[in-house]
Ligand binder design. Structure first.
Ligand SMILES: Cc1ncc(COP(=O)(O)O)c(C=O)c1O
Length: 439
């Protein structure tokens, strides 16, 4: 492979990209396998962020390609409004097998953003069904990322994702984020700051706990750069939600499917939410798909409210909900996770991975390190403007042969669980070279 011809880049308006800079210095991938990408010119790039935290089992898994081909050639598309394809029930049942106990009802959507908005509506539908239609307010957290649809934009706690869209957001109150100076360079869960969960208690006192439908949090805040919850924090959120009858939603779009060393972060931290949103590694990133899991009780309440009427119980769904090809990819992905014991592998590899990450501590461009399981955040010293250092690092690392996602001035380093220790060492060596360069 050596495709040195630049494509015409006029027509594709790229998402979350400085399009103008990209047109000058395109950084493209033309091929992927295992934990490597190749540029169109044939240069090898190690994948330090599992694509975008999607490809937990590595790239180019033939089991998924075969399942997708087979499904496409048998039933390429089937509507899921008043119709179904058996493969969707098979996938939901298989997924229920790894979800936290009691969260075994699964609603499919197409992206993480759609899962979040679906979960918001599910919470509203549940409260309406149980005589609490006044619960219309949501609580989320500063620095949170919950996708870019309108609900998720309202929940978002990242300034750039909100600022230009304030006119279209809904009623959300934000708790503080859980990072404090004291936690700097903490490996795993911080011992301090669980009391930040009391922000929720204060919000309940200020707005009325009985006006709040749900609290949305990422158990580990991913996109902002891996902020690990203090010990006891999620437990406190759970207790306050129970006290006020508020639903707790864990957005596990990044943390789901082994990233924490357990299938879900809910299991890793032993705190059970009422709903879980998931996407990304649901199909190992091969086909877009997401899901919301909830309990039989929540589903039953919504079903019962419909009474005997011949109508959908939940007026919500997408053309691509439970797309049969995505379901086939998802079944193949779950089979790989089980067969290759990849969640256990993530757990085993974590200590070598975190050793590598925390070995970056004294580099001139590093101001903080955080990590849990196979997920880490490398905070960079500030550059000329917010985000400038992150953008520089992302490009410099690519030039040295490492792909990572940067948000603002944080790098999110989260390789695939099929990485060998040597792969991790090679990635860390590139980080060391770039982040160790003179300021
Ligand atoms: C926690 C979380 N929720 C939601 C989303 C949105 O997912 P998508 O980009 O598939 O819409 C993301 C994406 O990174 C995420 O990290």
């Amino acid at each position: 492979m050596n495709v040195s011809v630049k494509p015409n880049m006029t027509n594709h308006w790229m998402p979350f990209t400085n399009n103008r800079l990209f047109h000058e210095e395109p950084q493209m991938f033309a091929k992927a396998e295992g934990v490597k990408y190749w540029t169109p010119e044939g240069r090898e790039i190690l994948d330090g962020s599992s694509g975008l935290f999607c490809c937990a089992a590595g790239h180019g898994r033939p089991e998924i390609a075969d399942a997708v081909y087979k499904q496409l050639s048998t039933l390429d598309y089937s509507p899921h409004f008043q119709r179904a394809a058996p493969v969707s029930f098979e996938f939901a049942e298989k997924l229920a097998g790894i979800l936290p106990d009691g969260l075994d009802r699964v609603f499919f959507a197409g992206s993480g953003s759609e899962a979040v908005d679906t979960a918001m509506k599910m919470c509203l539908a549940y409260h309406r069904a149980t005589g609490n239609a006044q619960r219309t307010r949501f609580v989320s957290r500063a620095w949170g990322y919950h996708g870019v649809n309108l609900g998720g934009t309202s929940l978002a706690g990242m300034v750039n994702n909100r600022r230009d869209f304030s006119g279209i957001t809904c009623d959300v109150v934000h708790m503080r984020h859980t990072w404090t100076e004291e936690q700097k360079f903490t490996r795993g869960q911080p011992e301090t700051d669980a009391d930040l969960a009391n922000d929720l208690e204060e919000i309940c006192k200020t707005y009325g706990g009985d006006t709040i439908a749900a609290v949305f949090v990422e158990p580990i805040a991913g996109s902002i750069g891996t902020i690990v919850p203090p010990k006891g924090y999620l437990e406190k959120l759970r207790a306050i939600c129970d006290k006020y009858g508020i639903l707790l939603v864990f957005d596990e779009v990044i943390t789901g499917f082994g990233r924490t060393g357990s299938a879900f972060a809910s299991q890793a931290f032993a705190v059970k939410p009422d709903l879980i949103t998931m996407a990304k590694a649901l199909t190992n990133g091969a086909i877009p798909m997401s899901a919301v899991a909830t309990s039989a009780e929540i589903q039953a309440a919504v079903f019962e409210a419909a009474g005997d009427a011949d109508r959908p119980e939940f007026f919500h769904g997408y053309t691509y909900s439970a797309h049969p090809v995505a379901c086939a990819a998802g079944i193949a992905a779950l089979d790989i996770y089980a067969k290759d014991k990849l969640f256990e592998r993530a757990n085993e590899l974590s200590s070598h991975f975190l050793d590598g990450v925390f070995g970056l501590r004294n580099l001139p461009h590093v101001s903080d390190l955080r990590g849990y399981g196979m997920m880490s955040g490398i905070q960079l010293t500030p550059g000329d403007a917010p985000g400038a250092k992150g953008s520089w690092a992302q490009r410099a690392l690519f030039d040295e042969g490492l792909h990572v996602k940067a948000t603002g001035d944080a790098i999110i380093f989260a390789p695939a669980f099929v990485s060998t220790e040597q792969d991790i060492d090679d990635m860390v060596a590139i980080l060391q070279k770039v982040l160790g360069s003179p300021i």
